[in-house]
Design a protein. Structure first.
Length: 144
């Protein structure tokens, strides 16, 4: 993968099994994207605003966001992010177990780029890796 197609993926999910599944999928499909994980929306906000002591994100960024998390859930994160001039431009894909139409409609009303139900992504999140690969090679993203 060339330097211009590299991407930083901020995975916001409280399940470390999902973290490992996404990382394994990236390796299996040879994606060189940098993966940074946050356990909830508050940690993700801290990372995005450079207040986290150990984790940083740089370059073109896509956020994969779970909805059901402790401390700050996905919808609270979206409201906080969209309300912050420095953060509102980030691309967010929902990655959740919820197939509830109300959750999907609410997420799209917050201008997410897509809504994915974990069970529908195939073994080892194959469809997620393919989506990110095609998305990054097709779309120009801001570098900050």
């Amino acid at each position: 993968m060339t330097r211009q197609t590299e991407l930083t993926v901020l995975l916001v999910d409280d399940d470390d099994v999902v973290w490992e599944a996404v990382a394994r999928s990236f390796r299996k499909y040879e994606l060189s994207h940098k993966l940074v994980c946050a356990k909830d929306g508050q940690e993700a906000i801290d990372i995005l605003t450079d207040r986290h002591t150990e984790k940083q994100v740089t370059g073109p960024l896509v956020i994969l966001l779970d909805l059901n998390m402790p401390r700050m859930n996905g919808f609270e994160f979206l409201a906080r992010m969209r309300g912050d001039e420095r953060l509102r431009q980030h691309v967010v894909f929902i990655l959740t177990t919820s197939s509830d139409e109300r959750d999907r409609s609410r997420a799209y009303s917050e201008y997410v780029a897509g809504y994915m139900v974990k069970d529908a992504l195939g073994p080892q999140f194959a469809k997620l890796s393919q989506l990110l690969s095609h998305y990054r090679s097709s779309v120009e993203l801001p570098n900050d």
